[in-house]
Design a protein around this ligand. Structure first.
Ligand SMILES: *Cc1c(COP(=O)(O)O)cnc(C)c1O
Ligand code: SF4
Length: 325
């Protein structure tokens, strides 16, 4: 795949709700949309739209990206900094919450805007670890030899150019205590064009162990282009895991979750976490209560091999790890 193509696919994302509904053969009257939100606009790559079911206003991929009137509801307990990110910030773009691993907010951009995401409120403007050739973040890592794993997160770290990632790996060369690089990204699923030759060459030649944690919530998010991106990541030496968010109306069903695990495995990916929703303002309509979440997990255990059952967790600010339910 020629370098640069992914930028074009990125730019051509659908950003207009009317256009999205028309592409799916849905009448704009069938869906009640909130006023456009300049802070967190609709955004979805065309390849992902192509995996949505035509004519179905309840499609599980569509529901992840289409703004809903319910986002305007103010629900007690749903706040703007749901997971204590602001308290965990140690240096520009560095979040250090858990033993042995530091997380870099590598980029504030995403190819897709997921309506349930905490990102809609995070003050990313000041938080870009990639600024100034990663200098502040690298300084911080140098001072803490206890950090053995570096996690690139965001936003989506693969929104950065491969040249920017190369800058980081040059800086990591003199940090011998960092043995593993983990990348949290939704791009292999929503914009598989990103996993191009330049990127996989970079990944393959990194002298570190590599883990890529994807983010897919439903089996329908996979198609041949996503399978190919996963295969390329594995060929470059990455272990592939997936995290999902439990979302009402999208995947709060044992059959749907089981199908997701099976589909992940078919793509060479193991399920890792199933997250209880972060309680961010505007996302309350996606919440599944804990009792139902646990019942769903029991049902999954009863029908899948253990290695296809994700860990059901919630992120609680101040905890030493994600909290198992
Ligand atoms: C979720 C998270 C991690 C990774 O946690 P794991 O349990 O290792 O997957 C690391 N740092 C921060 C700040 C996190 O939010
Ligand atoms: S950070 Fe992840 S969940 Fe949030 S909008 Fe970006 S891709 Fe979606």
């Amino acid at each position: 795949m020629p370098a640069g193509d992914w930028r074009q696919a990125w730019r051509e994302a659908v950003t207009d709700a009317g256009e999205l509904l028309a592409l799916l053969g849905l009448s704009p009257l069938a869906v009640r949309l909130p006023p456009a939100d300049a802070g967190f606009a609709l955004r979805v790559p065309r390849g992902f739209v192509a995996r949505m079911r035509h004519g179905d206003a309840r499609d599980p991929l569509l529901l992840q990206v289409l703004p809903q009137l319910a986002e305007l509801d103010e629900v007690p307990g749903f706040v703007t900094d749901a997971v204590g990110d602001l308290a965990a910030r140690e240096a520009q773009g560095v979040l250090h919450k858990y033993h042995g691993r530091a997380l870099l907010i590598a980029s504030g951009s995403c190819a897709i805007n997921c309506r349930y995401c905490f990102r809609r409120h995070f003050p990313y403007g000041e938080e870009m670890a990639a600024a100034g050739q990663w200098r502040k973040a690298l300084e911080h890592l140098r001072q803490d030899p206890g950090i053995g794993e570096l996690i690139l997160s965001g936003g989506d770290p693969l929104a950065l150019s491969t040249a920017k990632l190369e800058e980081l790996s040059r800086g990591l060369a003199d940090l011998p205590h960092v043995a593993r690089l983990r990348i949290h990204t939704r791009l292999p699923v929503v914009l598989p064009e990103r996993i191009d030759d330049a990127f996989t060459n970079w990944l393959a030649t990194l002298p570190l162990q590599k883990v890529v944690v994807l983010h897919a919530n439903h089996a329908n998010e996979f198609d041949a282009s996503v399978d190919a991106a996963c295969a390329r990541l594995r060929d470059a030496g990455a272990t592939l895991l997936n995290q999902s968010v439990l979302l009402r109306g999208v995947n709060d069903d044992a059959g749907v979750l089981a199908a997701l695990s099976e589909r992940l495995f078919a793509a060479g990916v193991l399920p890792y976490y199933l997250h209880q929703l972060d309680r961010v303002q505007g996302a309350a309509h996606f919440e599944v209560d804990d009792a139902r979440a646990l019942a769903l997990l029991d049902a999954l255990r009863a029908r899948l091999p253990g290695y296809l059952v994700p860990k059901l967790v919630r992120e609680v600010g101040g905890d030493p790890s994600k909290r198992p339910l």
